[in-house]
Design a protein. Structure first.
Length: 229
């Protein structure tokens, strides 16, 4: 694949029963005209996720849990740059080509994309408006976190926690430098919001975020989250 830079990007996608969405995500990556590899880390899917992913990517088995799976993917990665992507998040055309430039900007430790949902609801558009800015509290895991592998190793990767692993690593990365936001948005599924109810899901997210920053252990947060899904 043709690229204007020499650094390979390893795209790491944790999965668990994602047969409905994984193919569209992988196809969007394959359309990128850049140097990359795709690593799908499956946490024990019982559907056709691994079969579908195997057509497009290297598939490895990881211990279930998003943090564990992403760390496992980083361990298999050959690229100098890592991009962690959710299984239901679609990259815009040309997205990978903008990552190396973003990471060479002064003081940048990591970055992500702005976000939009695949459902045109006014409240969801309101939420995603804030993802255009590099505020740490406005980061979603769906936005695709990218950083140099050496930076990932320097902060110790993702902590082995069952929830809020993305918020945790971003807090640690902020000590290394600033976060850069690529304005071209990724498109992610609104299925959680539609399944539970948009406003109810938002209230749940706000509670989880607040409780985490007030010191509630991630294990208790995860149990509360599971009980209220």
């Amino acid at each position: 694949m043709v690229s204007g830079y020499n650094e390979m990007i390893s795209v790491i996608i944790p999965t668990l029963n994602e047969e409905a969405s994984i193919e569209a995500t992988l196809r969007a990556i394959k359309q990128q005209a850049d140097i990359f590899e795709i690593i799908v880390v499956d946490g024990g899917s019982r559907d056709r996720t691994r079969e579908i992913a195997g057509r497009y990517a290297k598939v490895v088995q990881g211990k279930s849990g998003r943090a564990n799976q992403m760390n496992a993917g980083a361990g298999h990665a050959a690229g100098e740059i890592l991009l962690f992507l959710h299984a239901d998040t679609i990259l815009p055309q040309g997205a990978l080509g903008k990552i190396p430039d973003a990471l060479t900007r002064p003081g940048v430790a990591a970055g992500s994309f702005s976000l939009r949902f695949d459902t045109p609801h006014p409240f969801l558009r309101f939420l995603t408006f804030f993802t255009r800015f590099s505020w740490w509290w406005a980061r979603y895991g769906d936005q695709g976190l990218f950083l140099k592998k050496k930076t990932f190793d320097a902060v110790g990767g993702f902590k082995d926690i069952s929830i809020m692993e993305d918020v945790d690593i971003i807090r640690r990365l902020k000590r290394q430098g600033r976060l850069y936001i690529i304005k071209d948005p990724v498109t992610t599924s609104a299925r959680r919001y539609l399944g539970k109810g948009i406003y109810r899901q938002h209230i749940l997210n706000v509670f989880l975020f607040t409780a985490y920053f007030c010191g509630m252990p991630p294990e208790k947060l995860k149990k509360w989250y599971d009980d209220n899904r």
